[in-house]
Structure formats: structure tokens, C-alpha cells
Design a protein around this ligand. Sequence first.
Ligand SMILES: Nc1ncnc2c1ncn2[C@@H]1O[C@H](COP(=O)(O)OP(=O)(O)OP(=O)(O)O)[C@@H](O)[C@H]1O
Ligand SMILES: [Mg+2]
Length: 151
Amino acid sequence: MASSEQLKALLQSHLEKDDDRFMSIALQVAAHEARSGHGKLAQELRDLVTVAKKKSSADKNAPISIAKGVQDDSGLLFASQPKNRLVDLIAKDDLKVRLERLVREQKFMTKLKTHGLSPRRKVLLVGPPGTGKTFTASILAGELDYPLFQV
Ligand SMILES: Nc1ncnc2c1ncn2[C@@H]1O[C@H](COP(=O)(O)OP(=O)(O)OP(=O)(O)O)[C@@H](O)[C@H]1O
Ligand SMILES: [Mg+2]
């Protein structure tokens, strides 16, 4: 049985939404149970922590809030937060230079605006199936840390 201090600490970390601390106290409880000869309970607690940690790291990779806020009752919209980079793209140098320029325009948007200019907002990618159009969109999102919406 967890000590009253451990129960208090569990509740406190839950209220503070401190998941790391919550898991670490849960593991302390598991260790305490193991020492008290309750090996099965200790293992069950450790398994629960492992599952919770996996879920929490999956949540961290989930789309960021702007993507999460999008209603998708139709099931036709897929939002993600890609991590792809330009170095992952196999393309001719001139195409890469043009994509790098697009990225820089977005990154220096504020600076451009002070000169009365705005970054390009639309790109048309043309090519045979499987040559990296969607992949390029995910790379632009990845480079800029923007969410990617696919309809
Ligand atoms: N130029 C490329 N460089 C690196 N990987 C590529 C490239 N083109 C395709 N791939 C790989 O193939 C996968 C499929 O490509 P992708 O979905 O981007 O093709 P697409 O041009 O959007 O095709 P479609 O016209 O069918 O939509 C990508 O996720 C990527 O892993
Ligand atoms: Mg595509």
C-alpha cells in the first residue's frame, strides 16, 4: 500500500499536471510494493506507467493546437505536424534552391513586410504520381514548424 506521503504527492502532481513527477512517484510506489513482497502488483504498476508514458509521448507528436482545433466531422481532413526536412528531398539543385527561398520568405515575413512586400502564399507542385509533391508540402511544413492540412 502506498504511503500517505506518496498518495499526497501523486494527487499534487496530478493537480499540477506534472506528468513526469506523477510517473516517477508511481514507480516509487511500485518499488515500495516490490520490497514489501507484492511483486505482481509492482509489475502491474510498472506496466501501467510504461503504457501511460508511451501514450504521452505519442500525444506530444500529435498535431499542434491549431491543427487540433480544426473540426473534422467529415473525416476528409487530416492534420499533422511533419518533421521532414529539405535534406530528405531528392531533387535537382535548382528546385531545392527555390524551395529554400520559399522557406526563407516565410521565416523573414516580418522583415519583408517592413519593405512593403509579402511572402508567397500559394505554390503549385506539378509532377507524375509518387515524385514527392505531397512530400514537398510536408517538408515545407517541417522546415517552418507549420501544421500540414491534407484534404
Ligand atoms: N523526390 C523525392 N525525394 C525523396 N523521397 C521521395 C521523393 N518523391 C517521393 N518520395 C517518397 O515517396 C513517397 C510518396 O511520394 P508523394 O506522396 O510525395 O508523391 P506525390 O507526388 O504526392 O504523388 P501523387 O501525385 O500520387 O499524390 C514520399 O512520402 C517519400 O517518402
Ligand atoms: Mg500527393
